[in-house]
Design a protein around this ligand. Structure first.
Ligand code: ITT
Length: 201
């Protein structure tokens, strides 16, 4: 039934930083990995839910139904326990730009020290085919929020996310992906993929 779409995987994300990381991690798959640019009539992919799982599933299912091929979506965000796990699933809507999101986070966390600066990134990736959800995979990465931004790599909150003694923005994409929430989720996805592709022939 799914043989027709076996070779094409749409990465259904409008976030260029995510797409770069996902493309790197899927580079050697026996699939043609394409971005949203390959599907000009794709509508906005809304995130109406308050869980990463539901939003990732919804984005993947909508994209796969429109593009009529496999679609992979990523819903992710930063949780800060001292802020009640905010901004969490609302991370991309926390402020209009990456710089403003970082400024707001540092402002909200001013006065917090030590363990109070703990944070975690969460990523859920979903795979769908023609509106049918095939699977969900999750990754979590624990760290701390730095007092000020450091580094120029990556995207989003990377300049303030401390993993060990470096921020994610001080790591190469390959170094970040070895430990990151997205790297973990995509490695789990890759592990499950051969079975899914066999089922889909
Ligand atoms: P798509 O829905 O089109 O994929 P988006 O940016 O709207 O793009 P999300 O709703 O999943 O995606 O929001 C994720 C936000 O969480 C993102 O904008 C960053 O602010 C933050 N984020 C997620 N993963 C990150 C990472 O690896 N490094 C830095 N910030 C990250």
């Amino acid at each position: 039934m799914l043989g027709r779409c076996r070779r094409r995987l749409l990465v259904a994300s409008g976030n260029a930083g995510k797409v770069r990381e996902i493309a790197l991690l899927l580079a050697d798959l026996p699939l043609e990995v394409v971005g949203l640019g390959a599907v000009p009539d794709m509508p906005e992919l809304p995130e109406p839910y308050d869980t990463f799982h539901q939003n990732a599933a919804s984005k993947a299912q909508t994209a796969a139904a429109v593009a009529r091929c496999f679609a992979l979506a990523d819903d992710s965000g930063l949780q800060v326990p001292a802020l009640g796990d905010r901004p969490g699933v609302y991370s991309s809507r926390y402020a209009p730009t990456d710089a403003e999101r970082i400024a707001r986070l540092l402002e909200e966390m001013s006065g917090l020290t030590g363990e109070q600066r703990r944070a975690r990134f969460v990523c859920v990736v979903a795979l769908a085919d023609d509106a049918r959800l095939l699977g969900l995979w999750e990754g979590v990465c624990e760290g701390f929020i730095a007092e000020e931004p450091r580094g120029a790599e990556g995207f989003g909150f990377d300049p303030v996310f401390l993993y060990g003694d470096r921020t994610f923005a001080q790591m190469t994409a390959a170094e970040k992906s070895r430990v990151s929430h997205r790297g973990q989720a995509l490695r789990a996805f890759r592990h499950g993929l051969p079975g899914l592709l066999n089922e889909c022939v």
